[in-house]
Write a protein that binds this ligand. Structure first.
Ligand SMILES: NC(=O)C1=CN([C@@H]2O[C@H](COP(=O)(O)OP(=O)(O)OC[C@H]3O[C@@H](n4cnc5c(N)ncnc54)[C@H](OP(=O)(O)O)[C@@H]3O)[C@@H](O)[C@H]2O)C=CC1
Ligand SMILES: [Cu+2]
Length: 586
């Protein structure tokens, strides 16, 4: 048996675990909550704890081990996986596990069926290996960049690879362990054929229809443009070679990533296909390459999967353009007020304000406006639901899209808030600030004028800073909780609490920070420059509007109606019925 079916370099982790398994026949207690115990139900021979992700691999190993021993002719082994110590109280002896299992406290997987010996088995149980001692053969059509990289990776993972090529004799750079033959010869070697050929060259596959009948064709192709063809490449392939089971997979993994092993960012492989058995087998292959298959359904999903690698930050586009427009608008607004106006009326050169003073006005304004825009669609949706008296009608597309990119809006807002903090920290070391402060003191000395301490001013200044710091702290907390690694750890209610309650508190603090900054000057007519109010006054419009509407919405009478609507109550059910029947438009 040697080092087993998975005895390749890539699976050294498994190999090591397997080596441990050969040793103790008693249970090695799990110290990890997520570990499973593998043991033979009949002999009560326990192997070792294993990660859930390794379950299928371990079962394969154990089945192979079993077959290679004197039990070969005996009945199938009843291998089972026992779930972890649910208490998380640390190691527990196997007996305890067994009694817990018998008491139904722990899960038990059904005994693994005996593996099927034929290389080309179509049995699709995820816990079985299609060949135990012999390596499964997979055929790859095309010896280009992707075909070669995938072939090499699969060889490393224990598959035997047959390449199909137009010019089998001339193919260079191929892994030495792989066979290369003509397309039709190669097709006969395996029932899984990965087509690593560009769609434009699929035509020749029609000639192979007979050979390919009943086989699984894996379409990996991508296009150059979104929706380049009327039908997806996978659907086109299925039409071209009828009688085959086409499965879309691997198109989001690059040849480079396969070669370099830098797969962390793109471990997910989207999979779709009409034949569930075929899909399951491809998913097994994907798993054995150390990748994560993600079932996207039938072949109709292929179009979406093919468009996926061509998208450029789709959810970031609207927030990005919006923040760019906001920044440009407020930048020029401030330039007019603070640079052009003093130059026109006082002939004073204030251009030095361009690098720090003006950006430090623009960044907080952008941050506050974007944060308010995160919460605006929520209140707009609530108003719409109240107005319509039902939740069973779709929101307009723009609102849907806006809702979907709230996280991105919030993260950009956080970025601006961060810049505002940095720009504020450098204020004391700026020449202009030091000069103004020194000059004021000297003037006071010369004119022998005192500047009495103002409690009001110190209150305003301290509250302004305190509100800013608290607002920023909560803002950062919001950003952290939106990270997938954190949001996956909290339940739906906790996430909503943080993002909604804490979010509104952040908005209140940041709005208050801006209001206090304005202090007594707020709405003072003397602050108008060419009839233009200060930029921060404009910046307060959206946040204040959102907060006022939100305040009205949480008034008990309105909140109660809204809650009822959200629980399915309709003010006018008839209206909703007719809209369901398509009699009214949305
Ligand atoms: N490169 C990548 O990172 C990724 C590629 N893909 C997809 O994989 C497929 C292959 O890509 P890639 O390997 O980069 O492309 P290449 O151009 O490097 O290879 C394509 C292969 O197709 C075969 N082929 C068959 N018929 C023809 C024909 N008439 N003209 C030219 N070649 C033909 C050739 O193999 P032979 O000479 O042996 O017949 C050729 O090597 C594409 O559909 C691509 O969208 C998907 C994800 C990532
Ligand atoms: Cu500020």
């Amino acid at each position: 048996m040697g080092n087993g079916i998975l005895g390749q370099k890539e699976n050294c982790a498994l190999d090591r675990t397997f080596a441990q398994a050969q040793g103790p026949s008693t249970c090695v207690p799990s110290t990890k909550q997520e570990s499973y115990f593998l043991y033979d139900v009949k002999t009560e021979n326990a192997f070792f704890p294993c990660e859930p992700s390794l379950r299928s691999g371990l079962l394969k190993l154990s089945v192979a081990k079993h077959r290679s021993t004197e039990h070969r002719a005996a009945s199938p082994p009843s291998l089972a996986l026992v779930a972890p110590c649910s208490s998380g109280a640390g190691p527990q002896p196997l007996q305890k596990h067994l009694s817990r299992r018998k008491a139904g406290l722990v899960a038990e997987l059904p005994p693994a069926p005996m593996p099927v010996m034929e290389k080309t088995s179509t049995d699709a149980s995820p816990l079985t290996m299609h060949s135990s001692e012999k390596q499964e053969t997979v055929c790859i059509f095309g010896t280009g960049d992707f075909g070669r990289s995938l072939g090499l990776k699969m060889l490393q993972c224990g598959y035997s690879i047959v390449f199909g090529s137009r010019t089998p004799g001339m193919s260079s750079l191929l892994p030495s362990d792989a066979e290369v033959m003509s397309y039709s010869d190669a097709a006969q070697k395996s029932d899984i054929i990965i087509i690593t050929i560009h769609r434009e060259h699929y035509d020749f596959l029609t000639e192979l229809t007979e050979v390919l009948k009943g086989k699984i064709l894996v379409d990996v192709s991508n296009n150059l443009k979104i929706n380049q063809y009327p039908e997806s490449n996978a659907e086109y392939l299925a039409q071209l070679v009828p009688g085959t089971h086409v499965v879309k997979a691997f198109n989001t993994i690059s040849a480079w990533a396969l070669q370099s092993g830098a797969l962390d960012a793109s471990r997910q492989v989207f999979i779709c296909g009409n034949d569930s058995k075929a899909k399951q087998r491809v998913m097994d292959v994907v798993r054995s390459l150390g990748l994560t298959p993600l079932d996207k359904g039938s072949l109709m999903a292929a179009n979406e999967i093919e468009n996926y690698p061509l998208q450029l930050f789709p959810m970031w586009r609207f927030p990005f353009y919006l923040s760019a427009v906001l920044c440009v608008f407020f930048f020029f607004y401030c330039v007019i007020r603070e640079v052009i106006y003093p130059y026109v009326y006082e002939k004073r050169d204030r251009t030095f304000r361009l690098p720090i003073s003006i950006p430090n006005r623009v960044f907080p304004i952008a941050a506050l406006t974007l944060l308010a825009l995160v919460y605006l669609p929520g209140v707009v949706a609530a108003i719409l639901q109240l107005y319509r008296g039902t939740k069973y009608r779709r929101f307009p597309d723009w609102l849907d899209h806006w809702m979907l990119c709230r996280k991105q809006l919030g993260l950009i807002a956080l970025g601006f808030a961060f810049l505002h903090v940095l720009y504020t920290l450098v204020i004391p070391i700026r020449y202009y600030v030091r000069w103004t402060s020194n000059n004021r003191t000297i003037t006071q000395v010369i004119t022998k004028k005192e500047n009495p301490f103002s409690t009001t001013n110190s209150w305003l200044s301290d509250s302004y800073i305190a509100l800013g710091m608290l607002g920023f702290f909560l803002f950062v907390l919001l950003g952290i909780t939106s990270l997938p690694s954190v949001s996956n750890m909290v339940n739906w209610r906790e996430f909503r609490f943080v993002q909604s309650k804490l979010g509104y508190l952040t908005l209140i603090l940041c709005t208050a920070h801006t209001l206090v900054y304005g202090g007594k000057r707020f709405l003072n007519p003397s602050n108008l420059v060419w009839y233009l109010p200060s930029a921060y006054v404009i910046a307060l419009i959206i946040p204040c509007t959102v907060l006022v509407i939100k305040f009205i919405l949480i008034l008990p009478c309105i909140d109660k109606t809204l809650m009822r609507i959200r629980q399915g109550w309709e003010r006018n059910p008839k209206y909703s019925e007719s809209s369901l029947n398509g009699k009214t438009d949305i």
